[in-house]
Design a binder for this molecule. Structure first.
Ligand SMILES: [Zn+2]
Length: 181
Protein backbone atom coordinates (compact mmCIF):
# COMPACT_ATOMS: atom_id res chain seq x y z
CA UNK A 1 0.00 0.00 0.00
CA UNK A 2 3.01 2.28 0.42
CA UNK A 3 3.05 3.10 -3.30
CA UNK A 4 -0.27 4.85 -2.92
CA UNK A 5 -1.83 7.85 -1.33
CA UNK A 6 -5.48 7.94 -0.40
CA UNK A 7 -8.32 10.39 -0.30
CA UNK A 8 -8.04 12.19 3.08
CA UNK A 9 -9.75 10.58 6.08
CA UNK A 10 -9.37 12.06 9.56
CA UNK A 11 -9.06 10.25 12.89
CA UNK A 12 -12.47 11.66 13.77
CA UNK A 13 -13.97 10.06 10.62
CA UNK A 14 -12.24 6.76 11.38
CA UNK A 15 -13.44 6.87 14.98
CA UNK A 16 -17.02 7.24 13.79
CA UNK A 17 -16.53 4.47 11.26
CA UNK A 18 -15.20 2.17 14.01
CA UNK A 19 -18.34 2.93 16.01
CA UNK A 20 -20.57 2.06 13.03
CA UNK A 21 -18.69 -1.21 12.42
CA UNK A 22 -19.10 -2.17 16.09
CA UNK A 23 -22.78 -1.25 15.98
CA UNK A 24 -23.50 -3.14 12.73
CA UNK A 25 -21.78 -6.32 13.89
CA UNK A 26 -23.25 -6.27 17.39
CA UNK A 27 -20.18 -5.26 19.43
CA UNK A 28 -21.25 -1.93 20.92
CA UNK A 29 -21.53 -3.29 24.45
CA UNK A 30 -18.35 -5.36 24.57
CA UNK A 31 -14.77 -4.26 25.03
CA UNK A 32 -13.09 -7.13 23.21
CA UNK A 33 -13.99 -7.92 19.60
CA UNK A 34 -13.39 -11.58 18.67
CA UNK A 35 -11.58 -10.91 15.38
CA UNK A 36 -11.93 -14.50 14.14
CA UNK A 37 -15.70 -14.27 14.53
CA UNK A 38 -15.75 -10.84 12.90
CA UNK A 39 -13.97 -12.29 9.85
CA UNK A 40 -16.81 -14.80 9.48
CA UNK A 41 -19.43 -12.11 9.99
CA UNK A 42 -17.80 -10.00 7.27
CA UNK A 43 -18.03 -12.96 4.87
CA UNK A 44 -21.78 -13.01 5.48
CA UNK A 45 -22.21 -9.25 5.31
CA UNK A 46 -20.12 -8.48 2.22
CA UNK A 47 -20.65 -10.59 -0.87
CA UNK A 48 -17.19 -9.93 -2.31
CA UNK A 49 -15.28 -10.53 0.94
CA UNK A 50 -13.33 -13.64 1.82
CA UNK A 51 -10.33 -14.60 3.89
CA UNK A 52 -7.75 -17.32 3.62
CA UNK A 53 -5.55 -18.94 6.25
CA UNK A 54 -2.22 -19.77 4.63
CA UNK A 55 0.09 -22.43 6.15
CA UNK A 56 3.32 -20.81 7.34
CA UNK A 57 5.52 -22.89 5.02
CA UNK A 58 3.52 -21.66 2.01
CA UNK A 59 3.79 -17.99 3.01
CA UNK A 60 6.25 -16.36 0.59
CA UNK A 61 7.11 -13.01 2.20
CA UNK A 62 8.33 -13.87 5.70
CA UNK A 63 8.50 -10.18 6.65
CA UNK A 64 4.69 -9.89 6.49
CA UNK A 65 2.00 -11.50 8.63
CA UNK A 66 -1.09 -10.89 6.53
CA UNK A 67 -2.14 -8.97 3.45
CA UNK A 68 -5.22 -7.72 1.67
CA UNK A 69 -6.04 -7.94 -2.01
CA UNK A 70 -8.44 -5.03 -2.37
CA UNK A 71 -9.31 -5.91 -5.96
CA UNK A 72 -10.24 -9.47 -5.07
CA UNK A 73 -11.64 -8.58 -1.64
CA UNK A 74 -9.50 -11.20 0.08
CA UNK A 75 -7.49 -11.08 3.30
CA UNK A 76 -4.75 -13.68 3.58
CA UNK A 77 -3.42 -14.49 7.04
CA UNK A 78 -0.46 -16.67 8.02
CA UNK A 79 -1.74 -19.65 9.94
CA UNK A 80 0.41 -19.05 13.04
CA UNK A 81 -0.77 -15.42 13.19
CA UNK A 82 -4.41 -16.47 12.87
CA UNK A 83 -4.01 -19.11 15.59
CA UNK A 84 -2.33 -16.65 17.95
CA UNK A 85 -5.08 -14.09 17.29
CA UNK A 86 -7.67 -16.75 18.16
CA UNK A 87 -5.71 -17.35 21.39
CA UNK A 88 -6.05 -13.65 22.22
CA UNK A 89 -2.56 -12.33 21.38
CA UNK A 90 -2.92 -8.57 21.06
CA UNK A 91 -0.38 -7.99 18.32
CA UNK A 92 -1.87 -10.69 16.11
CA UNK A 93 -5.43 -9.53 16.75
CA UNK A 94 -4.32 -6.06 15.64
CA UNK A 95 -2.70 -7.48 12.48
CA UNK A 96 -6.05 -8.94 11.46
CA UNK A 97 -7.95 -5.78 12.41
CA UNK A 98 -5.47 -3.79 10.29
CA UNK A 99 -6.20 -5.89 7.20
CA UNK A 100 -9.95 -5.67 7.85
CA UNK A 101 -9.50 -1.90 7.98
CA UNK A 102 -7.80 -1.91 4.54
CA UNK A 103 -10.70 -3.91 3.12
CA UNK A 104 -13.41 -1.77 4.71
CA UNK A 105 -11.78 1.53 3.72
CA UNK A 106 -11.14 0.54 0.10
CA UNK A 107 -13.95 -1.87 -0.70
CA UNK A 108 -16.86 -0.83 1.54
CA UNK A 109 -16.34 2.91 2.04
CA UNK A 110 -14.64 3.39 -1.33
CA UNK A 111 -11.74 5.57 -0.20
CA UNK A 112 -9.92 6.25 -3.45
CA UNK A 113 -6.24 5.37 -3.90
CA UNK A 114 -3.85 7.17 -6.24
CA UNK A 115 -0.35 6.42 -7.34
CA UNK A 116 2.12 8.13 -5.00
CA UNK A 117 4.84 8.84 -7.60
CA UNK A 118 7.37 9.90 -4.99
CA UNK A 119 5.06 12.59 -3.63
CA UNK A 120 5.15 13.45 0.11
CA UNK A 121 2.01 12.14 1.78
CA UNK A 122 0.40 13.52 4.96
CA UNK A 123 -0.68 10.88 7.51
CA UNK A 124 -4.39 11.30 6.81
CA UNK A 125 -3.68 10.62 3.11
CA UNK A 126 -1.61 7.54 3.89
CA UNK A 127 -3.54 4.25 3.47
CA UNK A 128 -1.27 2.61 6.07
CA UNK A 129 -1.95 5.32 8.65
CA UNK A 130 -5.68 5.11 7.89
CA UNK A 131 -5.71 1.32 8.39
CA UNK A 132 -3.62 1.56 11.57
CA UNK A 133 -5.85 4.27 12.96
CA UNK A 134 -9.11 2.47 12.13
CA UNK A 135 -7.80 -0.82 13.57
CA UNK A 136 -6.82 0.95 16.81
CA UNK A 137 -10.17 2.71 17.08
CA UNK A 138 -11.97 -0.55 16.37
CA UNK A 139 -10.19 -2.68 18.97
CA UNK A 140 -9.94 0.10 21.58
CA UNK A 141 -13.32 1.83 21.52
CA UNK A 142 -13.21 5.56 22.21
CA UNK A 143 -16.85 5.84 23.29
CA UNK A 144 -16.34 3.13 25.92
CA UNK A 145 -13.13 4.71 27.22
CA UNK A 146 -14.88 8.07 27.47
CA UNK A 147 -17.80 6.52 29.34
CA UNK A 148 -15.49 5.31 32.14
CA UNK A 149 -15.51 7.53 35.22
CA UNK A 150 -11.70 7.38 35.07
CA UNK A 151 -9.70 6.58 31.89
CA UNK A 152 -8.33 3.03 32.42
CA UNK A 153 -4.58 2.42 32.69
CA UNK A 154 -2.73 1.01 29.66
CA UNK A 155 -2.52 -2.39 31.38
CA UNK A 156 -6.26 -2.42 31.99
CA UNK A 157 -6.89 -1.50 28.32
CA UNK A 158 -4.53 -4.29 27.27
CA UNK A 159 -6.62 -6.81 29.22
CA UNK A 160 -10.04 -5.36 28.42
CA UNK A 161 -9.50 -4.96 24.69
CA UNK A 162 -7.03 -7.77 23.95
CA UNK A 163 -4.34 -5.49 22.52
CA UNK A 164 -0.59 -5.08 23.00
CA UNK A 165 0.79 -2.64 25.55
CA UNK A 166 2.13 -0.50 22.68
CA UNK A 167 -1.32 -0.27 21.11
CA UNK A 168 -2.94 0.53 24.45
CA UNK A 169 -0.45 3.32 25.14
CA UNK A 170 -0.68 4.71 21.62
CA UNK A 171 -4.46 4.82 21.69
CA UNK A 172 -4.53 6.47 25.10
CA UNK A 173 -2.58 9.41 23.69
CA UNK A 174 -5.57 10.22 21.50
CA UNK A 175 -8.14 9.82 24.22
CA UNK A 176 -6.79 11.26 27.45
CA UNK A 177 -5.42 14.33 25.71
CA UNK A 178 -8.51 14.75 23.57
CA UNK A 179 -6.17 15.02 20.57
CA UNK A 180 -8.02 13.92 17.47
CA UNK A 181 -5.41 14.74 14.83
ZN1 LIG B 1 -1.40 -2.19 5.88
Amino acid sequence: MSDYYAQAVSREDLRQLAYVIRREFGYLDVWMIPVDRLLDQMCEAFEDFSYEIVPDDEWEDKSTHADTDILGGTIRIRESIYNRACDGQGRDRMTIAHEMAHYILSCVIGVKLYSRRGKHVECYNDPEWQAKCLAGELLIPYYKLKSCSKIPSPLRIELLCGVSSDAAEYQLKYVAGGDVS
